[in-house]
Design a binder for this molecule. Structure first.
Ligand SMILES: O=P(O)(O)OC[C@H]1O[C@H](OP(=O)(O)OP(=O)(O)O)[C@H](O)[C@@H]1O
Ligand SMILES: O=c1cc[nH]c(=O)[nH]1
Ligand SMILES: [Mg+2]
Length: 209
């Protein structure tokens, strides 16, 4: 069973409050999502392996550590996942970025795939699938399906807010995938929106409603 990790650092929780607040402007919402993505990237990379190298300081030679050549990839689920990519890239600038385009049909709540573009060596990379919202889990499961069909096996999921229903669905469909969230909310409403949530992440990022 994949783990659920709630990133409860005070800075993340503080910023998330203003992300949730409906009075927050589109500009501020985008900035805050970017900042929280950076802070979550710090947590999600906590277990990256290190290797020892030798460097010369101005006064002595010393053994010191660097991240050992891990190949990482970010896979934002379009459209809202894009809002978190730059924030993660600030800490992992060498990561390659693949895109999976999905939207959730408002009637059936089923994900509809419309675009996929992945790095050619994607199956060799440790991947972080990025989406602010994990609601029913349909979009996350579909995106991970796309990656596994391409031979990917090391996959983590990163969401701002998850519903228990979505976490359970992803854990059942993809028990090898750990899920990192800033908050685990109460439940989904009848329209599949996370309660209390933040509304429609894509619309709030891009001002489309
Ligand atoms: O867990 P689920 O029930 O699948 O819902 C979550 C999905 O819904 C939202 O995307 P949306 O369909 O609104 O597309 P958008 O990013 O283009 O706005 C969100 O960004 C997730 O991708
Ligand atoms: O609450 C939700 C659920 C799905 N997608 C969103 O953007 N928000
Ligand atoms: Mg949306």
């Amino acid at each position: 069973m994949g783990k659920l990790i709630v990133c409860d650092h005070p800075l993340i929780q503080h910023k998330l409050t203003f992300i949730r607040d409906m009075r927050t402007s589109t500009k501020e919402f985008r900035e805050l999502v970017d900042e929280v993505a950076t802070l979550m990237a710090y947590e999600i990379t906590r277990n990256l392996p290190l290797q020892t190298i030798t460097v010369q300081t101005p006064v002595a030679e010393t053994e010191t550590q660097v991240i050992s050549g891990r190949m990482l990839g970010l896979v934002p689920i379009l459209r809202a996942g894009l809002g978190m990519v730059d924030g993660v890239l600030k800490l992992i600038p060498g990561a390659k970025v693949g895109h999976v385009g999905l939207f959730r049909d408002p009637e059936t709540l089923q994900p509809v795939e419309y675009y996929t573009k992945l790095p050619t060596d994607v199956q060799e990379r440790e991947l972080i699938v990025i989406d602010p919202m994990l609601a029913t889990g349909g979009s996350a499961i579909a995106a991970i399906d796309v990656l596994k069909k391409r031979g990917c096996s090391q996959i983590k999921m990163m969401n701002l807010i998850a519903a228990p229903e979505g976490v359970k669905a992803v854990q059942e469909a993809h028990p090898d995938v750990d899920i990192y969230v800033a908050a685990l909310d109460s439940h989904l409403n009848d329209h599949g929106y996370i309660i209390p949530g933040l509304g429609d992440a894509g619309d709030r990022l891009y001002g489309t409603k």
